[in-house]
Ligand binder design. Structure first.
Ligand code: S3P
Length: 173
């Protein structure tokens, strides 16, 4: 089985994913880290030197390759992965995939992301927390239709990491 974690930047996909993999005794992969390794460049460098379209093509290509692997895996996607090309169909149509949308409210996302925006090319240009709040609001409005295609949605706002993990594990059994 491949447990796929979907959600906006800063929603905790990698943090939760690593812990979930330990609980399930599965391998863990972060799609961004995988792309960086394969392309020998950070995500910011890839955006800067090759552009977003190149990144989206590689993202799709590596997603497909990973979904073809037969081993048990927890896979944290990038925030944009389900929103481009036919990625959401590829995820939906794969019988080995269980997809979870980690949902977090816009103010919490903006607060979390503000201090980490440098390493995220889509938001690194935003100067104030208000600008970021507005950006996240609009961006999420465009993306939420793709996130909601996941079989499960976990509202993480008022939950501890342990609660989120337990909810996912319960949904899996
Ligand atoms: C992106 C999210 C990032 C990374 C890239 C683009 C997006 O991943 O893939 O910067 O389009 O939302 P995280 O969600 O892991 O930050």
């Amino acid at each position: 089985m491949i447990v796929v974690l979907i959600g906006y930047m800063g929603s905790g996909k990698s943090t939760i994913g690593k812990e979930l993999a330990t609980v399930l005794n599965y391998s863990f992969l972060d799609l961004d880290d995988y792309i960086s390794d394969k392309e020998n460049a950070s995500i910011s460098e890839l955006f800067k030197t090759k552009g977003e379209i190149y990144f989206r093509k590689k993202e799709s290509q590596y997603l497909n390759a990973l979904l073809d692997s037969s081993k048990d895996l927890v896979l944290a996607l990038g925030g944009g992965t389900p929103c481009y090309g036919n990625n959401s169909d590829v995820l939906l149509n794969n019988l080995n995939v269980k997809a979870f949308y980690l949902k977090l409210s816009i103010p919490l996302l903006a607060t979390r992301l503000f201090n980490e925006r440098e390493k995220r090319p889509l938001i690194s240009h935003l100067k104030s927390e208000e600008d970021l709040l507005e950006f996240v609001g609009k961006h999420l409005f465009e993306r939420v239709q793709y996130y909601h295609k996941a079989e499960y949605t976990i509202n993480t706002d008022l939950k501890s990491r342990q609660d989120v993990l337990e909810e996912i594990v319960t949904d899996l059994i």
